[in-house]
Design a protein around this ligand. Structure first.
Ligand SMILES: Nc1ncnc2c1ncn2[C@@H]1O[C@H](COP(=O)(O)OP(=O)(O)O)[C@@H](O)[C@H]1O
Ligand SMILES: [Mg+2]
Length: 255
């Protein structure tokens, strides 16, 4: 579904990703781990079109054919079926919880601007469907009771789930989650783990996950990529990764 090939991303003198390679198959949950500053978010930014890589390619296959999405605009990549959440939560803070999800739907609107302005019946029908879908997604992430609250009034963990609901509204095939368990306690991150597994099944998702909570990564990822200073230093299943000497050194220091 996703191939990142020989991807290098430089910011001036900083090499955030160096000849990075990754292959993700449909239906997998793949983890991306590594110390702070290793280049994890940069890889998500390249895949979602925030940055055009200095070198290399990103190929996405939603199921029909391979699309070279290297340097494509973020909204075009999203339309093909790649959506993400952000390490630093990005919500429309002064809008309601419901409106935040509703906005996610707009990527899939079929009606044109004209029909939406004069509100012809087909547009109103589509709008009603989007409304119902938004309510369903809020219910699914456990936020239906808070639908009329302002997004900024939600506690942290719920804002993270709202961001996931908004991402789901875009109907992604590949979902990228950037540290979804950040700031969560062990109980919350356990719930998040079950939640990710459930939405993966229900929405037929492939998941690319950056996470520091090792219980989450080791619990749900079948394949794990370990990044250090922009380089892939290890790849494998949770058991292999936990025993890997380079991984242990990257996290704990050489001594
Ligand atoms: N837009 C940018 N401009 C300059 N340097 C950047 C930019 N984005 C990331 N970097 C640098 O790239 C490196 C990797 O950052 P990042 O991808 O955020 O790491 P991680 O997500 O693994 O913590 C860091 O040294 C960071 O300072
Ligand atoms: Mg990051």
């Amino acid at each position: 579904m996703l191939k990142i090939e020989n991807m290098t991303m430089r910011f001036g003198g900083v090499v955030a990703a160096n000849k990075f390679n990754a292959h993700i198959k449909k239906g997998q949950i793949v983890g991306l781990i590594g110390p702070n500053g290793a280049g994890k978010t940069t890889i998500f930014n390249v895949v979602t079109g925030v940055y055009k890589p200095t070198e290399g390619k990103v190929i996405f296959n939603p199921g029909d054919k391979e699309h070279d999405i290297t340097g494509m605009a973020p909204d075009e990549i999203a339309k093909l079926g790649v959506c993400r959440t952000f390490q630093n939560i990005r919500l429309f803070k002064d809008m309601t919880v419901l409106d935040n999800v509703f906005i996610g739907n707009h990527l899939r609107i079929k009606s044109n601007v004209f029909s939406s302005i004069i509100r012809i019946p087909s547009y109103r029908k589509e709008e009603r469907e989007m409304f119902e879908k938004s309510l369903y997604l809020l219910d699914r992430v456990g936020l239906l009771d808070e639908k009329d609250e302002k997004a900024h009034s939600l506690p942290y963990g719920k804002q993270r789930r709202l961001e996931i609901a908004r991402a789901l509204a875009t109907e992604p095939k590949l979902l990228l989650l950037d540290e979804p368990a950040a700031g969560m306690n062990p109980q919350e991150s356990k719930e998040l783990m079950d939640f990710i597994l459930n939405i993966k099944d229900e929405f037929d998702l492939t998941v690319f996950l950056i996470e520091h909570h090792m219980d989450v990564v080791m619990g749900i990822c079948e394949d794990i990529l370990v990044l250090d200073h922009g380089e892939l230093i290890a790849q494998g299943d949770p058991e292999t990764i936990q025993k890997d000497q380079r991984v242990i050194e990257a996290y704990l220091g050489v001594d």
